[in-house]
Design a protein around this ligand. Structure first.
Ligand code: S3P
Length: 432
């Protein structure tokens, strides 16, 4: 796919798809609840469809209609053994959450994934689960995973890695364990699983302290289903937000965007850089905060962000780095170790691709330094993505200022934002 520069800015109201994290949970939790759930505005991207297919393969009746999805829950411990290994494509969220859930079922199962997912660390979920008596064989810490369904015991777990995926896998495992499990987070990560479990009647108690969060969850007899309306994804909006900020004559409005305080680090960071962003119509739906956002072209300056930002916006560093490349002073983003184990080594690919566009940058330990350029001299217009959707979208936006760039493996965008190209072109962008 080639992305070109934009002359007259971007303008309009793009339609942002449903939130990816909430969409995965909107399939998993109703599938193990009792009753029927109608889900509106679910993201129908490749990643989410892998989660959906997994539950269909385990006997859950799911109607995939044009406008909604209807899930007939099977109850907590009544999934069927899938006939084949469960293939989860590119989706780390599906892999970590399902590992937790499957470890407490009555059958054995195998989880596999694509080339990128097969390189990602899985001991981070298998190890804490083993404290609950889960029996999981990894392939040297990676996929495929062989999971022996087992009766789990509750215990106390201190999360060593700040990861909502690990926390959520443990919470799903705890639903089927005897007694009360306590999970302590030393860094706050996205809380969609806790929020949705609570609204499905789980016995879950969350206490926030200055430096940590303690979640207590009791093994359940049943969860009660209810309907879900998925808000639109701030992480997907991020690409158009930055596009409007860095291109003259731009103004966009984004509606119905999830503004969960455990996810909105990008907005805080961009405002710190001088971005003209206004948040309005704040409201709450299904216990998730939602808002509308207006963004206009802005003269950005660089900023320094501490590691605490990484927990609030881990998926947004590729596009934030593009914004930083057009600021009028350098930026430093600290504590980005987790970026190395995402869909690609994002820290490496951000640096490689920015340098190819003539932007100087470096990493020291896990801190990223970006020194904006005046010239943006393209050294190599082929953007390497390693099949990472967020790298592909971030550098499509980079091209809006320096283009044309040839984005390799742009099909990867379908994992989270299948309509990205159309929405971008409708706004005035040029992607072919
Ligand atoms: C996600 C959590 C994050 C994020 C991923 C989605 C989730 O991963 O990077 O895109 O839905 O729980 P970690 O929690 O492992 O950081």
């Amino acid at each position: 796919m080639i992305s070109y520069s934009i002359n007259d800015g971007v303008n309009g109201t793009p339609t942002i798809p449903g939130d990816k994290s909430i969409s995965h949970r909107s399939i998993i939790i109703p599938s193990i609840a009792n009753g029927v759930c109608e889900i509106k505005n679910i993201l129908k991207s490749e990643d989410v469809m892998h989660t959906l297919k997994a539950f269909k393969a385990m006997g859950v009746v799911i109607e995939n209609n044009k406008k909604n999805i209807v899930i007939h829950g099977k109850g907590l411990n009544s999934l069927n053994k899938p006939e084949k290994p469960i293939y989860l494509g590119n989706s780390g969220t599906s892999a970590r959450l399902l590992t937790g859930l499957l470890s407490s079922q009555k059958f054995d199962s195998v989880i596999t994934g694509d080339k990128s997912l097969s390189k990602r660390p899985m001991s981070r979920i298998a190890d804490p689960l083993s404290k609950m008596n889960a029996i999981i064989k990894t392939s040297e810490g990676k996929l495929p995973l062989i999971i022996e369904g087992n009766k789990l015991k509750s215990c106390k777990i201190d999360l060593k890695i700040p990861s909502a995926q690990i926390k959520s896998g443990l919470l799903l495992a705890s639903l089927n364990a005897e007694g009360e499990t306590t999970i302590t987070e030393n860094k706050i990560t996205r809380d969609h699983t806790e929020t949705m479990l609570e609204s499905f009647g789980a016995k879950i108690n969350v206490k926030k302290f200055d430096n940590n969060k303690v979640i207590k969850i009791v093994g359940q007899k049943e969860l009660k289903s209810r309907d879900i309306n998925v808000p639109n994804d701030l992480s997907s909006s991020a690409f158009f937000i930055v596009c409007a900020l860095i291109n003259k004559n731009s103004k966009i409005i984004l509606n119905n965007i999830n503004n969960n305080p455990t996810r909105n680090g990008l907005i805080l960071a961009l405002k710190r850089m001088g971005a003209k962003i206004s948040i309005f119509n704040n409201r709450v739906n299904n216990n998730e905060e939602i808002c509308d956002i207006e963004v206009s072209h802005s003269h950005l300056h660089g900023c320094e962000l501490g590691p605490e930002f990484a927990d609030l916006m881990i998926d947004e560093y590729p596009i934030l780095s593009v914004a930083a490349a057009f600021a009028n002073s350098p930026s430093i983003f600290r504590g980005l170790k987790e970026l190395r184990v995402k869909e690609s080594d994002r820290l490496e690919l951000i640096m490689l691709n920015l340098r190819n566009c003539g932007v100087e940058c470096k990493t020291e330990n896990d801190d990223l330094y970006i020194f904006p350029s005046k010239k943006y001299e393209i050294k190599n217009n082929v953007i390497r993505t390693d099949f990472d959707h967020r790298i592909a979208m971030a550098f499509s936006i980079m091209a809006s200022r320096v283009g044309p760039l040839n984005i390799e493996d742009s099909d990867a965008i379908d994992t989270s934002f299948p309509t990205f190209k159309d929405e971008y072109n409708n706004l005035g962008g040029k992607l072919v």
